[in-house]
Write a protein that binds this ligand. Structure first.
Ligand SMILES: [Zn+2]
Length: 253
């Protein structure tokens, strides 16, 4: 699933005003509907209940950032037969120190140095920052994404007072992937002719990963914000069970 719509702001206007980097999508918007389905279908951890999507935002890139991505994408496209950059929409979970996206008006990026979510939305990904949060790098120094939204969720860390969690959906130029079944922690670049690494579940990992080693191979495209706790119907069921146990009498449904 690839959305061809690119959102960007020209630098001349963004230099003068505070740049809006997130635009809330309406739940009736076809992109919202497709992304919500993509997120839910990709939630594959059997023990993690599917969360309720709360809001979806489109990430607005700067013109320079979009041009650099499209240039890289075109180079990969030209190097492959048939010409296809193999762009994919993949998830990435990171830490958030603020309440960005908790409601549709909270779209202003914060300046907290530890808020990696705002940093990625502001400046995209930076391979040199790889490993700052997680010392273990299964496939070396790269930018890690996954087709599995529930796996990206594992890497989200947010403020304790927020009832919401968030993951980024990113455009990733996968090109020709090098597939690996085993860890390769010393990797810093790919052999000639490859554009990404795909970690295959089975031997060393349970869920797939896609890693790129060039900053321009990836751009954040959407932010999905979802409820952190279990769905309301589960809580109602739990409550019934607790009351039933306490009073040792069945509760009428
Ligand atoms: Zn922030």
């Amino acid at each position: 699933m690839i959305f061809r719509r690119y959102s960007f702001k020209r630098s001349a206007t963004s230099a003068k005003k505070k740049t809006t980097r997130l635009v809330a999508l309406s739940p009736q918007d076809s992109t919202y509907i497709q992304l919500e389905k993509h997120f839910q279908d990709a939630w594959t951890h059997p023990k993690k209940p599917k969360p309720q999507v709360h809001a979806i935002f489109e990430v607005v890139l700067t013109e320079e950032s979009l041009v650099a991505f499209l240039r890289y994408r075109a180079l990969v496209e030209l190097s492959r037969v048939p010409r296809n950059a193999n762009e994919q929409l993949l998830f990435h979970g990171t830490s958030r120190s603020c309440s960005l996206g908790d409601d549709k008006t909270r779209t202003q990026l914060c300046a907290t140095p530890g808020c990696l979510l705002c940093s990625v939305i502001r400046n995209s990904f930076d391979v040199s920052k790889c490993g700052k949060r997680h010392r273990f790098r299964r496939f070396g120094t790269g930018i890690y994404t996954t087709a599995c939204s529930s796996k990206a969720d594992d890497y989200f860390a947010g403020a304790a007072d927020s009832p919401f969690r968030a993951v980024l959906v990113n455009r990733v130029v996968v090109g020709t992937p090098l597939t690996r079944h085993h860890n390769a922690e010393e990797l810093t670049e790919l052999p000639f002719g490859y554009h990404s690494l795909v970690g295959v579940p089975g031997a060393d990992l349970n869920y797939g990963e896609t890693v790129v080693y060039a900053n321009d191979a990836i751009r954040p495209a959407y932010l999905i914000v979802y409820a952190a706790d279990v769905p309301p119907e589960v809580r109602v069921a739990d409550l019934r069970s607790i009351l039933s146990t306490l009073f040792k009498t069945p509760i009428a449904s």
